[in-house]
Write a protein that binds this ligand. Structure first.
Ligand SMILES: [Zn+2]
Length: 295
């Protein structure tokens, strides 16, 4: 069985500040039609029946809880009767903005032409290209930080670039409680999994924070949706982003399986709780990605 991971699927035409993982809705639809005619499309429940890595079964997942992505992919999968699991950071349902969206917003909106930021030193941010590179480098750095340090860095940048961090400016960016409930009530092939509470990379957190991210996200989603949350996807999802103690925490919290963002099983971790996922990106056609996986 192969699990595919999509990130932001969108039909927005504005691309200058979009993430490199942004995937066009028409291409997602094209993928679904191609997958339907070449594979058995299954739910994540099939993971527990996992025997062989490549057996012609594919499950589709979408990460991060963006509203456009959630609604578009759910509609397409509903129209084609294809199962789909969304991995959502629970706090976006309560208005939390993910750190990289804050960063992109601050850099995009500032009238300053340079940043003397404490993280990356003096940087020119005059052109769109410079701004994009700055955002990319900031994101890379932030991935190595704890939650607290990330929040401090964003607050400092907001002061430095003189752009306010008003959360309401991001309204409709993420899926809402009503969106989730309306889609789930009419489509039994769609499921929701946890992607922590705030998209924290577990290996960068203290054990206490990591456990909270694992446990509370499950509780919050279950309370909001009135259904059991069985699956978890590790933010960033590379093998260095989580450890075996996080797998123990996931088991104690009552999850059934957890998913990485690496296409192959990492030999040091247990496969049902670090099940590989193949990340689909805008730069490679899905049939080519799947073909490469065979070798
Ligand atoms: Zn994610």
């Amino acid at each position: 069985m192969i699990v595919l991971a999509y990130h932001r699927v969108s039909d927005r035409t504005e691309t200058s500040f979009s993430d490199k993982v942004m995937y066009r809705a028409e291409n997602f639809y094209r993928d679904i039609l191609w997958l339907k005619s070449n594979f058995d499309l299954v739910t994540l429940e099939h993971v527990s029946r996992y025997r062989e890595y490549d057996e012609g079964c594919i499950a589709i997942t979408v990460d991060d809880g963006y509203r456009d992505s959630f609604l578009l992919t759910s509609d397409i999968c509903e129209a084609e009767s294809v199962p789909l699991t969304h991995f959502v950071p629970s706090r976006v349902l309560r208005g939390m903005v993910l750190p990289w969206d804050h960063l992109s917003y601050l850099v995009k909106c500032t009238e300053h032409h340079e940043s003397r930021g404490t993280v990356l030193g003096l940087r020119s941010i005059k052109t769109i290209e410079e701004k994009l590179n700055f955002i990319k480098d900031l994101k890379r750095h932030l991935k190595t930080y704890s939650e607290q340090k990330i929040l401090k860095c964003i607050a400092d940048l907001s002061i430095e670039l003189e752009v306010s961090l008003r959360e309401d400016r991001h309204s409709n960016l993420y899926v809402s409680h009503d969106d989730l409930c309306s889609v789930l009530s009419k489509n039994t092939l769609i499921d929701i999994g946890s992607h922590t509470t705030s998209h924290a990379i577990l290996s960068r957190q203290s054990d206490e924070v990591a456990n909270e991210q694992i446990f509370l996200s499950k509780v919050e989603l279950e309370k909001t949706l009135g259904r059991k949350i069985r699956y978890f996807a590790f933010p960033n999802g590379q093998h260095q982003d989580f450890h075996s103690r996080h797998i123990e925490m996931l088991k104690s919290a009552g999850y059934t399986a957890a998913f990485s963002a690496e296409p192959r099983i990492h030999p040091t971790t247990e496969c049902l709780f670090s099940f590989p996922r193949l990340c689909v990106n805008a730069h490679e056609e899905l049939p080519v990605l799947l073909e490469d996986l065979r070798w």
